[in-house]
Design a protein around this ligand. Structure first.
Ligand SMILES: [Zn+2]
Length: 80
């Protein structure tokens, strides 16, 4: 029987032949960690990059009710 490099328990030789040096339990735990790390990386990748008005949310509310502002509302120009 092969011996797990993690918990030193014996496991099936066929598993060692496949290239696994850990028992089924340790392999499962390791796999869960890898899955979690990959999921985290993918979610980070998919998260939209924060830019423009999102970095300055107050700019979206230049004309709040009850607030006297002298600033004119922004006029949008084509090509800006
Ligand atoms: Zn183990």
């Amino acid at each position: 029987m092969a011996i797990c490099i993690n918990c030193e328990e014996t496991y099936n030789d066929k598993r060692l032949a496949l290239g696994y040096q850990t028992c089924l339990d340790c392999g499962e735990t390791e796999a869960q960690g890898i899955i979690a790390a990959r999921t985290h990386a993918k979610l980070c990748e998919m998260t939209p990059y924060v830019s423009g008005s999102l970095t300055q949310p107050d700019a979206l509310f230049e004309r709040r009710p009850g607030t006297i502002t002298t600033a004119k509302p922004k006029e949008f120009v084509v090509g800006e």
